[in-house]
Design a protein around this ligand. Structure first.
Ligand code: EPZ
Length: 427
């Protein structure tokens, strides 16, 4: 079992290049199944979630070739419509294949993805959107059997919540439906716009991406093309937070600064000096971080829930009391007990966390509860006194490419170790 061992207290400095976006690559890879021919996807991060997605594509009949961070997906002779349960369980967001499979084969069989570490994560909005487009869904024994008696037909889809996944599924199916689809209260995340950019390059007619109303004129066929995935704004944010908690001076390159529009002001509120030059963001940390008044996670362009855990680490060593409200997922404070083990002072009540800043954190053995919680513990280890060991890092590998290598490039003391946990019970 691998873990990350961190010798804390070093001031980070230098620059790193941010990876391609996981949450953009996954829906775009699902879309490669829907389009006809060979798609070439550049800047695709090497992550276990991407590997799980490739397994699903191969299972559906696609041929895949990897060249470094570029992927070639040939879906010409792929007509599978079923995703086996084990692959669905491997990665919750496999549900975004539903719209692509229905768009291509007019039927689909998947198992309900079920919840994960951060919440129940129902898919009612996904199914609502599919039904609006004319899909019949038979839900039994944890399986969803979907079919289209007539045709996929454009419709007005009003989402009660701007769900990222439900918006992506609706866009995928509607892009090859007959007629016009209007999605109202659509998600506005940059990953949605990236998916639409890819599909429009394949011949789709989508307008309003990034807005809360998206209009899709269905087309008969989509032809494969080449596309580069955008930068991962959550990973870029995490590296900036690493610079902040270690009193560092770092630059993150290859970013889209506008996508961090809700994150950078919080770093400035904490006393960091932020400068932007084209796609490079530089952060100079203050001697002592200031508290964050009240941070509420919201759908884009609000503060991203995926950056909540790593920025909580910053608040644990800031001067004064910070308040964080997790608005999107019901159980996304699983990193708190681990931070308490490192000497943090945090009280939680439901979705509210009150963090009283302490002088220093202390190294300890901690367990990653989920992807972003794991990154928060690595940041805590970077600024802690002594050695921290973060285990269950399979969660971190789902979203951070070469995490420890990149951190070492900006002067961190962090190594990945393989250790036999035979006798020690994990929480
Ligand atoms: C995407 O998940 C991201 N995953 C998540 O990132 C991210 O946290 C989330 O969007 C919010 O920004 C990917 O893009 C692969 P949602 P998704 O549907 O699509 C409720 C990470 O760390 N909801 O916008 O699953 C849901 O329970 C991951 O990289 C319904 O009630 O998120 C949640 O409370 C974690 N019914 C809220 O909406 C539905 O049918 C937001 O979910 C769908 C969602």
């Amino acid at each position: 079992m691998a873990s990350l061992v961190i010798n804390g207290g070093r001031r980070l400095s230098g620059s790193i290049v941010a990876q391609g976006s996981k949450n953009s690559a996954l829906p775009i890879l699902a879309a490669t199944y829907l389009v006809n021919g060979k798609s070439v996807i550049h800047n695709c991060p090497r992550l276990s979630d991407v590997e799980s997605t490739l397994k699903i594509l191969e299972n559906l009949g696609c041929r895949i070739e990897r060249r470094g961070n570029d992927l070639v997906v040939d879906s010409t002779s792929a007509f599978g419509y079923e995703i086996p349960e084990n692959l669905m369980r491997e990665m919750r967001s496999s549900v975004i294949f539903l719209g692509a499979i229905l768009g291509k084969t007019k039927k689909a069989v998947i198992s309900t993805p079920g919840g994960c570490e951060i919440g129940l994560r129902p898919i009612d909005l996904h199914l609502f959107a599919m039904r609006k487009l004319g899909v019949e869904i038979n839900e039994e024994h944890g399986r969803l059997e979907c079919s289209i008696p007539k045709k996929l037909k454009g419709a007005k889809i009003t989402l009660t919540f701007p769900s990222v996944g439900a918006t992506e599924n609706a866009i995928l199916a509607a892009s090859v439906a007959e007629g016009t689809t209007t999605i109202i209260n659509a998600a506005r995340e940059p990953e949605i716009s990236d998916l639409c950019d890819f599909l429009n390059k394949c011949g789709a007619k989508i307008s309003g991406a990034g807005e809360s109303i998206i209009i899709i004129e269905g087309v008969k066929k989509l032809e494969a093309t080449e596309h580069a995935v955008i930068c991962d704004r959550i990973v870029a944010s995490t590296y900036l937070f690493a610079g902040a908690v270690t009193g560092g001076d770092i630059s993150v390159k290859n970013t889209v600064p506008a996508h961090l529009g809700a994150v950078l002001p919080v770093l400035e509120e904490a006393g960091c000096e932020i400068s932007i030059r084209c796609s490079e963001i530089r952060l100079k940390a203050p001697t002592k971080l200031h508290r964050i008044d009240k941070l509420i996670t919201q759908p884009y362009p609000g503060f991203p829930t995926d950056a909540q855990a790593p920025i909580m680490t910053l608040a644990t060593i800031a001067e004064g009391t910070s308040v964080i409200v997790e608005n999107i997922f019901e159980s996304r404070f699983k990193h708190v007990p681990e931070l308490l083990r490192m000497g943090a002072k945090i009280r939680t009540e439901g979705r509210v966390a009150v963090i009283d800043g302490v002088e220093r954190l202390y190294g300890a053995s901690v367990v990653s509860p989920d992807l972003r919680g794991g990154s928060a513990l690595v940041l805590a280890g970077l600024c802690a006194n002594g050695v921290t060991e973060v285990s269950e890092i399979k969660h971190i590998d789902r979203g951070y490419e070469n995490f420890e290598t990149n951190l070492c490039m900006i002067n961190a003391d962090i190594v990945r170790t393989e250790k036999d946990y035979g006798n020690r019970k994990e929480k």
